[in-house]
Write a protein that binds this ligand. Structure first.
Ligand code: ADE
Length: 244
């Protein structure tokens, strides 16, 4: 899968993309990331990329010409891939959106800065808008990295265990069960005996119940959409009765 990232701060990306799983995915050709500096497409002497808003008010707005020139210069006119604008006004990012984006062979990620981008970029260049949460960052760069990271780890072959993405907490619609590793006792705190029992059926049931319990305690909103058995629904009803 190929990504083209358009930003005023290209130096943000490689320190992260050069680490661990993302670096390996790129080395193995599973993901290809090209980062482009929008300023390189500004044609005036000072490479100006922003200007004051029409109608007044504070802040600066990213000018349309360098953004169109950058995206169309790399991807053609019209762009040969979906162009996603990272913005707090976008649709909320989630596991489901990451899985949807992972189906594309090629995506462009456009990072806004300042008060935002000229509306004509949204109307005539961008095909999708994504927000990573209900807060405002100083720019779309971290959001683009979040999207890149979440999508690349879903691509076939990126994770060692091919089933790993399907077992992710949010893929199952539940939060994850607790994880433990050696030592069996640390500062007197023991790993639950069931995990050391070697009984894989019991371990699987314990993990499922822990995942349910955690989701019920922390994110009850997820339970409404989760795929649960009648027995699991009954267990939750019991917890609810006990809590009253
Ligand atoms: N740019 C600024 N804030 C953002 C957010 N919450 N999500 C995506 N892009 C952003």
């Amino acid at each position: 899968m190929r990504f083209d990232v358009f930003t005023l701060f290209p130096e943000v990306f490689y320190p992260y993309l050069d680490l661990s799983i993302l670096a390996r995915a790129r080395q193995r050709g599973l993901a290809e990331v090209h980062v482009h500096n929008i300023r390189d497409w500004a044609t005036d002497k000072h490479h100006v990329v922003d200007d004051e808003p029409y109608g007044g008010g504070g802040g600066m707005v990213m000018k349309p010409e360098p953004i169109f020139a950058a995206v169309e210069g790399v991807l053609g006119r019209p762009p040969a891939a979906p162009v996603i604008l990272l913005t707090p006004q976008g649709r909320p990012f989630s596991h489901a959106v990451a899985a949807e984006l992972a189906q594309y062979p090629h995506l462009a990620l456009l990072c806004g800065r300042y008060e935002g981008v000229d509306e004509r970029v949204r109307q005539h260049l961008v095909s999708d808008e994504i927000s990573i949460g209900d807060y405002v960052l100083t720019g779309g760069e971290l959001a683009a990295l979040v999207v890149l990271d979440a999508v690349v780890r879903l691509l076939p072959g990126v994770l060692g265990d091919p089933d790993a993405p399907h077992k992710d907490s949010h893929a199952m619609g539940l939060l994850e069960y607790p994880h433990y590793t050696r030592p069996a006792v640390f500062r007197g705190w023991e790993v639950p005996a069931v995990l050391r029992s070697g009984d894989h059926g019991r371990i699987a049931r314990w993990r499922r119940e822990q995942a349910l319990r955690r989701t019920w305690e922390r994110r009850p909103d997820l339970l409404a959409r989760a795929d649960l058995t009648a027995e699991e629904r009954a267990l939750i009803a019991r917890w609810e009765a006990e809590a009253r």
